[in-house]
Design a protein around this ligand. Structure first.
Ligand SMILES: CC(C)(COP(=O)(O)OP(=O)(O)OC[C@H]1O[C@@H](n2cnc3c(N)ncnc32)[C@H](O)[C@@H]1OP(=O)(O)O)[C@@H](O)C(=O)NCCC(=O)NCCS
Length: 159
């Protein structure tokens, strides 16, 4: 069991962006944050949509969480604000030690429904976390296979 593990909101600065390079899902989102910082479009230490866990000084787990407005909700009933979760990743040396679950529990603690679009090989993990497949609706989901988590009192929207 891991004790005293805090999930922190990550700030946009050169140190965080350098640590992001160790994650496999490093791409346009990170590059654009770097450009914004370099061009002074965002201030040093601005808030990012990322949350993470530090082990000592090293970022070992991270995810993006974004609060979607109820008017864009096509997944839940009643329609409401919900969280989009993406880029959940635990660095290889730290997997299987409960960090992924700590991150997902943190996301659930907002008590909002959650939608994620998992990587193919992580379904077993999401099932353990209580996520279920959303009914597939072509015009909404296109190439995605979204998974959803429902807090008490919320159900899936019928499509
Ligand atoms: C998927 C991932 C986030 C899980 O994080 P983790 O810290 O290794 O997971 P945890 O140790 O918290 O595991 C929690 C439970 O899920 C189970 N689990 C973890 N990964 C699993 C998998 N791929 N398939 C089935 N079960 C899995 C664990 O056995 C554990 O079960 P237990 O509570 O009965 O012991 C991590 O392995 C990872 O980063 N993988 C690569 C990136 C990825 O696939 N991301 C998915 C989101 S896009």
């Amino acid at each position: 069991m891991i004790n005293n593990t805090n999930v922190e909101k990550l700030l946009i600065n050169y140190k965080t962006l350098e640590q992001f390079k160790r994650f496999k899902e490093y791409g346009n989102q990170e590059l654009s944050m770097m450009e914004d910082l370099q061009n002074n479009i965002v201030e040093n230490n601005s808030e990012s949509p990322f949350y993470g866990i530090y082990f000592g000084h090293n970022l070992i787990a991270r995810m993006s969480l974004y609060r979607m407005k109820a008017k864009y909700d096509n997944y839940f009933s009643p329609a409401q604000d919900y969280l989009e979760l993406w880029k959940l990743e635990v660095l290889p040396d730290y997997r299987g030690q409960g960090y992924g679950k700590i991150m997902v529990d943190f996301a659930k603690s907002f008590q909002l429904p959650i939608k994620t679009n998992p990587r193919i090989n992580s379904h077993g993990f999401w099932e353990k976390m209580g996520f279920q497949k959303a009914q597939y609706e072509m015009e909404r989901d296109l190439g995605q296979n979204p998974l959803i988590w429902l807090p008490e009192g919320v159900s899936e929207k019928d499509v």
